[in-house]
Design a protein around this ligand. Structure first.
Ligand SMILES: [Zn+2]
Length: 276
């Protein structure tokens, strides 16, 4: 079934997810009391221009997480269409950024919705996540760091960086909604089930995701709370994962040998997923 755009309501924030390219979702942030919209990572311009026009939304600013082509490819065309500020990391591959931000930066949407910037390397060195406390309905725009039941690949970074970036997200309030850039949940749950066959939450989640997909719906946003149950990369401290990973290490003759801490468990798990 074709992917469709959908809206998540969190208090006064209305967050549209617009499918672009093969598997990306672009998040567009609107507000019940204010005009205009902010969007993240325009990997393609046409569907976004269409969405904004159809919904009569004036683009206010563009926010960037990182420099992969499927996040930046529509940026120039969006800026030719509407010249707006671009908030993002200082990075030579995204020279369009007009307002560079970094770890600890804060800025406001509509002058009253606070955004906190987290530097989350591991996937790419410049990767940023954006956390909005939003009263008691927090949300994080997590780019390619965490996906439901999985995490991003390491392109230019280390396992330790990606592990720490995931731990930063894991430290957010448990009810934080997670708006990630792709919905790979079915593939991810297949791997998760393989690693931790006795985890009852995987099967349960697979059933609910199949129902959602039949209705053309994505399985995102997810929440930190849900990911603690179904994301093996946040479960490196669990005995069941540790034992499984130890077996993988022995059977594959992995140079790391028997893992002695959570980071090594994570490293083996990430490498295992690459081969799965
Ligand atoms: Zn990426």
């Amino acid at each position: 079934m074709d992917r469709e755009s959908f809206t998540t309501i969190l208090g006064r924030l209305h967050i549209d997810a617009v499918p672009i390219l093969n598997t990306n979702y672009v998040w567009i942030i609107r507000h019940a009391d204010h005009e205009g919209a902010y969007l993240l990572d325009p990997g393609d311009a046409a569907p976004l221009k269409r969405h904004l026009t159809q919904n009569n939304l004036a683009l206010k600013q563009i926010i960037m997480t990182h420099s992969h082509w499927d996040h930046i490819n529509g940026l120039d065309e969006m800026l030719r269409w509407k010249k707006v500020d671009v908030i993002g990391p200082e990075c030579s591959v995204i020279p369009q950024v007009t307002t560079p931000v970094a770890e600890g930066s804060r800025f406001q949407l509509w002058n009253n919705v606070e955004v906190q910037v987290l530097h989350t390397p591991g996937h790419l060195p410049e990767h940023l996540c954006y956390y909005l406390p939003n009263g008691n309905q927090p949300v994080v725009f997590s780019g390619d760091i965490i996906f439901s039941a999985g995490c991003g690949r390491i392109f230019n970074g280390t396992h330790a960086e990606l592990y720490n970036s995931l731990q930063r997200l894991n430290a957010l309030p448990s009810h934080t909604q997670v708006c990630c850039s792709h919905d790979y949940i079915m593939d991810n749950l297949e791997f998760a089930k393989h690693v931790e066959p006795d985890n009852p939450y995987y099967q349960e989640r697979i059933k609910s995701v199949i129902l959602r997909k039949r209705m053309g719906k994505a399985a995102i946003p997810t929440s930190i709370q849900a990911e603690r149950l179904i994301n093996p990369f946040l479960r490196c401290g669990e005995k069941s994962i540790q034992q499984s990973v130890k077996r993988f290490s022995q059977e594959s003759n992995h140079p790391l040998g028997i893992p002695t801490n959570d980071l090594e468990v994570f490293t083996l798990l990430r490498d295992w997923k690459n081969q799965f």
